[in-house]
Write a protein that binds this ligand. Structure first.
Ligand code: NAD
Length: 479
């Protein structure tokens, strides 16, 4: 079967059964490189989500009592099965969401480490003993799973998000209902096959494919959901926050960004340049932690713009299966319009294009803008494309102030050889993550990943999810 023209129709995975959408409807999933039909997927309904939550609820009592060594074995086996099926996953990452092969391999490898790190959590669900003021009382906490976890994932790194969040939830004895992006349902369906074949019991993991803006409230507003993990745009995150508040459902929100990179005059430009390019052009800039603002000290500003523009103009835009290709198609017409409008608006209001600005099919060339000012939409809003702005600064202090002048607070970076300034920046930047002499784009399974303000609430990662997806119960024994 030609990977680009799969005619399969994906079904929902509920309670260990493949089922059509309740009303039998399906929708087309498009390959973003040329908008051809990649596959069809069940157009899940609110009732489908309610059935999935009910399935996860009824699976929970038995699943929570599974042994750590069983969950550990299932998750490690899932990683093995994925390795056996690597070619399918890579094809899917390329044809369903337009990942260049380098990004597809990167995401696939990350996914394996996420699964294995999750397996390591199973034996670490620990409480503690607590000294008691009451004579003869033995006091302790025990850590328990929360119950049913709703996981809503975006299109851009669907495998990383599924392997991390779903696996962490399952490792801790929770059951899961996932609503993947309508633009990447196949990757979650492949994961459902993997989890099932690895031995995860029926009902512990459920997937409903469909349109979040139509049916999402039936998941996040369901009183039988004990925790919501949402990754996506800030606008949708705000809505979900409001829906969850009604039932007091705890949640984490991993949202958008406008991540800054400050480059001081003592930076090693030779080393910084490829890292700067990775920060914004990987997967065509469709990464939440992409750096869409560069603040460069004036003595090296011209040189930085020149070199960065040169690097940008050489970024591969060929076949997605060619390892030299970096630039991905923008996922949908709606997103393409956003990227187009942001560039046009900036240019109309006086911004200069130092590199790129043109389109090749559904791909926007890596674009660097200078002379960007406040009244331009992209100055403050997330573009989510291969577009960045470079601003001159007169001092480190000005760079820090400008970097902090944003509603977002996800990732950040500084390039300098001055350790004092670097550490000062790390302490004073209002972002959840800071990389010194490294790109804003970085993630590992066990770190606390996440941001502040418009970039979200809470953190994810093995340690953070241990806190978020379990609760401590205080138990005493009067001896
Ligand atoms: P999106 O907000 O459009 O959609 C994300 C998910 O939310 C999809 O599955 C969608 O179906 C669902 N959804 C939409 N309305 C909903 C509702 N009312 N209830 C429940 N679910 C609903 O985002 P996207 O375009 O898929 O992804 C891009 C965005 O995600 C960018 O803003 C990016 O910065 C952000 N993102 C953040 C992180 C992070 O970890 N902080 C990681 C990846 C992407």
């Amino acid at each position: 079967m030609d990977a680009k023209t799969k005619t399969v129709t994906l079904q929902n995975w509920i309670g260990g059964e493949w089922v059509d959408a309740g009303n039998g409807e399906t929708f087309d999933v498009l390959n973003p490189i040329d908008d051809s039909v990649y596959c069809h997927a069940a157009k899940g309904t609110g009732d489908d989500l309610r059935a999935a939550v009910a399935g996860a609820r009824s699976a929970f009592p038995a699943y929570r009592d599974t042994l750590p060594k069983e969950r550990e074995r299932w998750l490690l086996r899932a990683a093995e099965i994925m390795e056996e099926r690597k070619a399918e996953f890579i094809d899917c990452l390329i044809d369903e969401i337009g990942s260049p092969i380098g990004k597809a391999n990167f995401e696939f490898d990350k996914c394996l480490t996420m699964l294995r790190a999750a397996a390591g959590m199973c034996r670490n669900m620990r409480g503690e003993t607590i000294p008691s003021d009451a004579p003869g009382k033995f006091s302790m906490t025990i850590r328990e799973p929360l119950g049913v976890i709703a996981i809503i994932t975006p299109f851009n790194v669907p495998l990383i998000k599924t392997s991390r969040l779903v696996s962490n939830a399952l490792a801790l004895g929770n059951t899961v209902v996932q609503l993947p992006s309508e633009m990447s349902p196949h990757l979650s369906i492949l994961m459902a096959e993997v989890y099932h074949d690895a031995g995860i019991p029926a009902g512990a993991y459920n997937v409903v494919t469909g349109f979040g803006h139509e049916i999402g409230d039936d998941l996040t507003g369901n009183p039988d959901v004990d925790f919501v993990s949402f990754t996506g745009s800030s606008v949708v995150g705000q809505h979900i926050n409001e829906v969850c508040a009604k039932n007091k459902t705890p949640l984490t929100l991993e949202l958008g960004g406008k991540s800054p990179t400050v480059v001081l005059k003592d930076a090693d430009l030779e080393k910084a340049m490829p890292l700067a390019a990775r920060s914004i052009f990987m997967y065509g800039g469709q990464l939440c932690i992409g750096s869409s603002r560069f603040y460069v000290e004036r003595p090296i500003y011209e040189e930085f713009v020149k070199r960065f523009s040169m690097v940008a103009s050489k970024m591969g835009m060929g076949d997605l299966r060619d390892p030299s290709t970096v630039i991905a198609p923008i996922i949908s017409e709606r997103q393409r319009n956003r990227v187009r409008t942001h560039i046009e608006d900036a240019v109309k209001k006086g911004a200069k294009i130092a590199a790129g600005g043109e389109w090749e099919g559904n791909r926007c060339q890596p674009t660097i803008l200078t002379d960007v000012s406040e009244e331009m939409t992209l100055c403050r809003q997330e573009t989510f494309g291969p577009v960045t702005s470079i601003y001159p600064i007169d001092s480190y202090e000005e760079g820090l102030e400008k970097a902090n002048d944003t509603e977002f607070g996800l990732s950040s970076a500084i390039f300098t050889s001055d350790i004092d300034k670097a550490m000062h920046f790390a302490k004073h930047i209002g972002a959840g993550m800071c990389h010194i002499n490294g790109p804003t784009v970085h993630d590992e399974a066990h770190v606390s990943f996440g941001g502040n303000g418009e970039s979200g609430v809470g953190r994810e990662g093995t340690d953070a999810d241990m806190e978020a997806m379990t609760e401590l119960k205080w138990v005493t024994i009067q001896l």
